[in-house]
Design a protein around this ligand. Structure first.
Ligand SMILES: Nc1ncnc2c1ncn2[C@@H]1O[C@H](COP(=O)(O)OP(=O)(O)OP(=O)(O)O)[C@@H](O)[C@H]1O
Length: 484
């Protein structure tokens, strides 16, 4: 470990000691570097130290980096997550970008300056988030200068998480939802956000928090479906040292960390009856009793809960406590699924291209008109999250700065096929006129391009799939002007 202990901590998880050393040498001057060779070692480092950034190799003994980082997101949400991977792992990683909340992925062989820059930016992002969480304390206890600084930071956070951050077309059904959320923000009512998975419930809850008088105190998120009951209780209400195996020290719990702020309880509909009783008691009494603790601790939080279920129906079925339902559903807001507001797809896609492009180091990428039309005609069962994943995938798989529709997955192209007579059964646009030879040529060019895209322009693999020799494939690529 580096000698200077007050530098931000970075944890490298890699089973190859030589890679660990190379990364350590790159980061050593700016960070306190910790290392782990496997998930168990990484967990014990995370339990012992506050880690700003975790850099995890995608290939780990027993599990993938992305799977491990999902766990890190749930248990240590403040640690910014970066994955380092080989070229061939990118599909897996793109699929996990949202689930594991990966801040960035870095391809091997990495360039030292690039790696250092990425980790510095990640550490700054973590500091900003942590600062925002501490604003409340600063505002209440510090000198006028510090108070002013804290107020400025809060103003910045308010701008970042403003309702305008929720992209939508003018006249979108979301206008009414945001208006209502902005109105209830100033009153200390509990709010229940309903909507399909990936539709933007958390984004709405965050905007509501930052528009509320509690904005200076933390906004903390717990996904109630992600962890088993007993862990959920200790996550939310805390635990005392020794209260169960693995409880090595006192742990304050999210309700305490969110004191004066907002707790966002995602997927509340998935909680067990036993947990619902405990949560109800906390909300009624305004105090939490850590697992294994004798004393209750007073907490003042606003609860925003969310679910993709019909919670009223679950109450009728006896699966959700009625008294808890009325506690958490002071006001209900519904985020409509993306397919019910197709006008929003365009503005959201534009924003996501900008955001994801910047994250992947491709700030100038844009969508072709045809690609945009393709996105707009797909029903998006996974809502904005699916749209974001699709855009991330297309950017990563395409070398060009203008993303064409062919860079999308066949699922999305296929969705377009269902609604357009000009498309064949593969979802590939066919020329509407021309001789049979010309139309077959156009189709052949599309099949070649689609296959090459999927194999990231690896000619050996594309030729193998198509039953061609490499030379044969190269000849066809030249004929159709395809370049990789
Ligand atoms: N209107 C929007 N404008 C821009 N980004 C959006 C919008 N809606 C959602 N997103 C983005 O889509 C992703 C999913 O949104 P979010 O996490 O808020 O959905 P959710 O409904 O809470 O999902 P889940 O219930 O599965 O947790 C996030 O990256 C979010 O920033």
């Amino acid at each position: 470990m580096s000698a200077v202990l007050d530098l931000p901590r970075v944890l490298i998880v890699d089973d190859e000691v030589r890679s660990q050393d190379a990364i350590r040498r790159t980061l050593d001057e700016d960070f306190t570097v910790l290392t782990a060779s496997n998930a168990d070692e990484a967990r014990s480092q995370l339990e012992r130290f506050e880690v700003s950034v975790i850099l995890c190799d995608q290939r780990m003994p027993g599990l993938t980096g992305v799977v491990f980082l999902k766990e890190v997101r749930e248990r240590w949400p403040d640690t910014v997550r970066i994955v380092i991977s080989g070229y061939t792992d990118s599909e897996d990683i793109i699929a996990g970008i949202n689930d594991a909340g990966i801040y960035q992925y870095i391809l091997k062989p990495w360039v030292p300056d690039h790696l250092l820059g990425a980790v510095r930016t990640a550490a700054e992002a973590q500091t900003l988030q942590r600062d925002m969480n501490r604003l409340d304390v600063e505002l209440r206890t510090s000198t006028p200068v510090l108070r002013q600084r804290a107020a400025n930071k809060l103003e910045r956070a308010r701008r970042v998480f403003d309702f305008d951050r929720i992209e939508r077309a003018s006249g979108s059904p979301l206008d009414g939802v945001c208006e209502m959320a902005a109105r209830v923000a100033r009153y200390d009512l509990s709010v229940l956000v309903l909507g399909e998975s990936g539709s933007g419930k958390e984004l709405l809850a965050r905007a509501l928090h930052y528009a509320s008088p509690r904005a200076g105190a933390p906004f903390v998120v717990e996904n109630c479906a992600a962890i088993p009951d007993t862990l959920l209780e200790s996550e939310l209400f805390g635990h005392k040292r020794g209260s169960f195996t693995g409880a090595y020290e006192d742990h304050p719990g999210l309700f305490q960390r969110a004191h004066n702020g907002t707790v966002f309880l995602d997927e509340i509909g998935e909680t067990s009856p036993a947990f619902q009783v405990r949560l109800l008691r906390v909300l009624q009494e305004g105090e939490v009793r850590p697992v294994g603790g004798a004393r209750a601790v007073p907490v003042d939080v606003r609860v925003i809960a969310a679910t993709h279920r019909d919670l009223e129906q679950r109450v009728h079925e006896g699966l959700f406590r009625e008294d808890l339902y009325y506690r958490i559903a002071g006001v209900s807001l519904t985020v409509p699924p993306l397919r019910e507001r197709p006008g929003d797809i365009g503005p959201i896609a534009q924003r996501l291209v900008g955001e994801v492009g910047a994250e992947l180091g491709r700030p100038r990428v844009a969508l072709s008109d045809e690609a945009m039309a393709c996105l707009m005609s797909y029903p998006w069962p996974g809502n904005v999250r699916e749209l974001r994943n699709e855009i991330a995938r297309a950017i990563a798989l395409s070398d060009a700065e203008v993303i064409e529709a062919q860079a999308f997955s066949t699922r999305v192209l296929h969705g377009q096929a269902g609604r357009s007579a000009a498309l064949n059964g593969q979802g590939t646009p066919l020329p509407a006129s021309g001789t049979l030879g010309e139309r077959l040529d156009a189709m052949e060019a599309m099949v070649l391009r689609e296959t090459l895209l999927r194999h990231r322009w690896n000619k050996t693999r594309a030729a193998k799939e198509l039953g061609l020799s490499r030379v044969g494939l190269r000849g066809k690529m030249q004929r159709f002007g395809l370049e990789g």
